[in-house]
Design a protein. Structure first.
Length: 229
């Protein structure tokens, strides 16, 4: 059931999801400048603007924000079932997040796209009580393929790069994913190093986390994200 649910994350990474009918109702709701998840587990300041072609699409567990320029962000929040809670408690946070990413997130990417590679990963104990950040390369997996600069007649495949941040909060595992759109859009003029790419994605992931408010647990104060800068 979890793998089937995670497949919905990949569904948001397709052009079909991006081009959904604007009249389709959201599973969650928009309150002013805030998106509220269908389960009420979190709400987030909307990171796209309608004036820039900003669109929101969602499922009961995943919301995707995209604009017409360079923003493609997804936030997934999955309730941990008994098996996942056991894995979390027995493995510890670091090993559990690595296990979850490898067996579900990365595995599903590889099923959807050929040649997917994990470029690097790092566990950050001081962020969100322990989080995992990963950088992956996805041939022909960009949400901005229609903007690829056609500088010649070659059949070069645009290789997308995504930063992913995983953490556990309030009995849910969160997966935040951001594409580095410039890597595809700028074509041959793109000159960023791997280290520079990683830093840009890290900052953008942190910016997303900064915009999230997590549901208040009984007897607790409202939880706002406090990422490690």
């Amino acid at each position: 059931m979890l793998r089937l649910t995670l497949a919905l994350v990949l569904a948001t990474f397709t052009a079909i999801a991006r081009a959904q009918d604007a009249a389709t109702a959201l599973a969650g709701k928009v309150e002013g400048k805030t998106y509220v998840s269908p389960t009420g587990v979190f709400k987030v300041t909307i990171p796209v603007l309608p004036e820039l072609g900003g669109e929101i699409s969602d499922t009961p567990n995943v919301v995707t924000f995209q604009d017409a320029f360079n923003v493609h962000i997804s936030i997934a929040a999955f309730s941990q079932d008994a098996t996942q809670r056991w894995e979390n408690s027995t493995r510890g946070t670091k090993d559990y997040l690595i296990y979850f990413f490898s067996n579900f997130v990365l595995s599903d990417f590889k099923q959807a796209f050929q040649g997917v590679q994990i470029e690097s990963a790092k566990f950050i104990p001081g962020t969100l009580e322990g989080s995992l950040i990963t950088y992956i390369l996805i041939p022909a997996g960009s949400m901005f393929a229609n903007k690829v600069a056609q500088l010649d007649n070659s059949d070069r495949i645009a290789i997308a790069k995504r930063g992913n941040l995983l953490f556990v909060k309030n009995g849910h595992i969160f997966v935040i994913s951001v594409e580095l759109a410039e890597r595809v859009i700028e074509g041959r003029t793109y000159t960023k190093t791997t280290a520079e790419e990683d830093e840009i994605l890290r900052q953008r992931l942190n910016d997303v986390v900064d915009k999230i408010q997590f549901a208040k647990l009984p007897g607790a104060t409202p939880a706002a994200a406090t990422p490690n800068k």
